[in-house]
Write a protein that binds this ligand. Structure first.
Ligand SMILES: Nc1ncnc2c1ncn2[C@@H]1O[C@H](COP(=O)(O)OP(=O)(O)OP(=O)(O)O)[C@@H](O)[C@H]1O
Ligand SMILES: [Mg+2]
Length: 353
């Protein structure tokens, strides 16, 4: 009988509400949603605040939208900054999930495991929980993002030397030393891949008097960016088009990896410094283990070539980029659905249960 009722139950979801990308894995179905966390809506003084585009479609409008539309990123640093927009976006994604082919009608709402910034306040945690409850979730489990990333990376987080992990996101970098299923010391920096874009934009503006669009800068970083010289790619170059600040006219410029590096290395050094500080705060019983086992890098920004090399050079310890680093978090959530004991241990309590 239990199975009969279970067949009507909603899906089990693992959710990564990234400030740039939302990823949703559905238990038994895999990665169903991987879309920009963004909507385009009418400005309230022009209309009723109607949402006109979600995710990918909204992202394509960035920088090109007419004056009556606004582009909203509803999530920042692992917490909700625009509840209405977040609701609209996730409701749209859930519709896609509801429409997945299945044998029985879904009578109950989904159960959700969602990552949350480890420095989120009680109020911010409750907001994420309330968001999912309003979306119809039957149960909501909040788990600290670095724990999810570590689980997704396959680290044995319940051991005494559970793992030393850094999640390099778009607006947040989470650093955590994990032991016995919990974060022993950690820090969340409000820096990431988007900060790198800003640094690169300023660098090119000052050095060449050239102003680039946000998506061009990001493309440049992802195509030829690196933190240490990359054997085969040093000769590569990319031509970008922007606006000449002196003349106001369009101008193009050929750029090489070494210049991108010059712009990005100071930011990476700032992050490495914070990693060093976290390591220094870790209990001396744990430090030798981590120095030996090394540091694991997850998150989209960890894909910038040279991260592991730079970290191990500076900190004199091994460093690895985990497999599919941008999916570590959602995979961690999915793994938790198969391990209820661990879920009970790592879930956060937010508001009244
Ligand atoms: N190959 C690459 N080289 C450099 N940067 C990259 C590469 N691929 C992705 N990125 C950067 O990674 C960042 C996105 O990472 P991720 O998807 O982990 O962010 P997020 O989870 O949405 O954000 P956050 O965790 O901060 O809320 C972007 O800044 C993107 O430009
Ligand atoms: Mg992230």
């Amino acid at each position: 009988m239990a199975n009969f009722f279970a067949s009507f139950a909603g899906y089990d979801l693992a959710v990564d509400l990234g400030s740039q990308t939302t990823r949703i894995m559905v238990r038994g179905k895999g990665l169903i949603i991987e879309e920009p966390t963004v909507i385009a809506r009418q400005k309230k003084r022009f209309g009723k605040g109607k949402v006109v585009a979600f995710g990918q479609a909204a992202a394509r409008m960035i920088g090109r939208q007419p004056a009556n539309l606004e582009i909203i990123f509803p999530i920042r640093h692992g917490v909700v900054v625009d509840f209405e927009a977040a609701y609209a976006l996730l409701d749209h994604f859930l519709e896609v999930i509801r429409d997945l082919p299945r044998r029985w009608p879904q009578l109950l709402g989904p159960r959700v495991i969602v990552g949350i910034g480890s420095e989120a306040t009680e109020v911010e945690r409750r907001a994420v929980k309330a968001l999912w409850q309003q979306l119809g979730a039957r149960q909501v489990f909040l788990v600290n993002k670095p724990l999810l990333a570590a689980i997704g990376a396959g680290l044995a987080i319940e051991e005494t030397n559970g793992g030393f992990i850094v999640d390099l996101g778009a607006t947040t970098t989470e650093i955590a030393v994990i032991s016995l299923g919990g974060i022993v010391v950690g820090r969340a920096l409000k820096l990431g891949g988007e900060t790198a874009d800003q640094h690169l934009l300023n660098f090119l503006r000052l050095k060449y008097g050239l102003l680039l669009g946000a998506s061009t800068v990001r493309h440049l970083k992802e195509k030829i960016g690196s933190l240490t010289p990359q054997k085969k790619k040093e000769e590569a170059s990319l031509v970008v088009r922007g606006r000449d600040l002196a003349s106001g006219l369009p101008r193009s410029l050929r750029l090489r990896p070494v210049e991108i590096r010059e712009a990005l290395v100071p930011l990476a050094q700032e992050i490495v410094l914070a990693i060093r500080e976290v390591l220094e705060e870790a209990p001396p019983e744990l430090t030798p283990n981590f120095l030996e086992q090394g540091l694991f890098l997850a998150g989209g920004f960890s894909q910038l070539p040279g991260w592991p090399e730079m970290v191990s050079q500076e900190l004199k310890m091994p460093a690895w980029r985990v497999e599919k680093p941008n999916l570590a978090l959602v995979r961690g959530g999915l793994a938790l659905w198969k391990n209820p004991q661990l879920l009970a241990k790592v879930k956060l309590v937010a508001g009244l249960q």
